[in-house]
Ligand binder design. Structure first.
Ligand SMILES: [Mg+2]
Length: 340
């Protein structure tokens, strides 16, 4: 039984506590608390419905002065759709609840919703309702997104086996590099690279099409999206699958340009967070088939390591022989540990 605490130690332990306190045994529920989205099958339905919620709080998850309202709207729906992509679902609908301080003009509210609707529609999700309220100082955005499976195929965090090969889509650390540029306006950078990093941070692209393809391929054993950094999220995938993992620093698809911005690209790839890329595993017998069939029009995939026997522990093999097999510290984002 979990110990009583006055303060939650971290986000994961709080989620475990809530999962323990509120078990659900509904026959329509396929997966409850603990994955990227809940999975339900309404009575008589052929497909599963996937439901996910994500909140953005001003000064914790974003700064008003760094983003336009339209960008904030786009990002708010994108981070939710990333959780649907993580399970291979097709985005369908979403609701938005918004609390705003008295100094926010109507124009801001409309621009925010334009961003939401524009990005949601582009990916197949339509705004169907929500709520508006007042907050004393900070803006709070909470979205609930609904997705639908295709051919009943859903990928969970829990299907990985020791020996499976680990992959990620896209590159890691770009969003954190963008945040670094916002935090330190004195950093000199080339316009194209600055744009790329800022776009990754302020207007990320959820991997919906790649996620759907990976789920339909039948070649993937488990999947999640990377929102809190590889060092935080990979142990979650491992814990759900009852395995450990070993990743290689030199295999990570890092965002190299940030080396010139007082950043360590490997550090940002491991711990930066908000990448919204997909992390997935493929049985060793099927990885050639996956690499051959994976469509070139999707963000590239990179093999970063493998699942090994273990209980949620992640090992990092470094670039030099003496760096082999460090236990990877969990330095990514945790709402109950991190200082914004
Ligand atoms: Mg997620």
């Amino acid at each position: 039984m979990p110990k009583k605490r006055s303060q939650p130690a971290n986000e994961d332990s709080l989620i475990q506590l809530l999962k323990y306190r509120y078990p659900s045994k509904s026959p329509q529920l396929k997966k409850g608390i603990g994955d990227d989205a809940a999975v339900v099958r309404p009575t008589g339905a052929d497909e599963f419905w996937l439901i996910t919620s994500d909140m953005l709080v001003e000064s914790i998850d974003f700064r008003r002065e760094w983003t336009t309202p339209r960008q904030l709207g786009r990002k708010s729906i994108s981070v939710n759709l990333s959780d649907l992509a993580a399970m291979g679902a097709r985005p369908r609908f979403f609701t938005v609840s918004l609390a705003i301080s008295p100094d926010i003009p109507e124009r801001w509210i409309l621009d925010f919703h334009d961003g939401l609707a524009e990005k949601g529609n582009a990916l197949g999700a339509h705004l169907i309702g929500g709520d508006l309220s007042r907050a004393e100082r900070h803006i709070v955005v909470s979205i609930t997104a609904f997705g639908e499976s295709l051919n009943g195929k859903v990928l969970y965090r829990s299907g990985g086996k020791a020996g499976d090969l680990l992959y990620v889509t896209g590159s890691l650390g770009r969003s954190a590099a963008g945040l670094k540029l916002l935090q330190d306006p004195g950093i000199k950078s080339r316009v194209r690279l600055r744009k790329e990093a800022l776009k990754a941070h302020l207007d990320p692209e959820p991997r919906c099409a790649a996620g759907l393809w990976l789920a339909q391929s039948g070649l993937v054993s488990c999947m999640m999206d990377l929102s809190d950094g590889l060092s935080m999220d990979l142990p979650r995938l491992c814990a759900a699958s009852g395995v450990g993992a070993e990743i290689r620093a030199q295999s990570l698809p890092i965002f190299q340009p940030c080396a010139l911005w007082n950043c360590d690209p490997v550090d940002l790839a491991l711990h930066g967070g908000e990448d919204h890329e997909l992390l997935f595993a493929v049985p060793r017998s099927r990885n050639r088939q996956l690499e051959d069939k994976y469509p070139a029009r999707f963000p590239r995939i990179t093999r970063i390591g493998e699942l090994i026997p273990g209980k949620g522990k992640v090992w990092l093999a470094g670039q030099r022989p003496e760096e082999r097999h460090w236990l990877l510290p969990q330095l990514g984002w945790d709402h109950f540990k991190s200082v914004p």
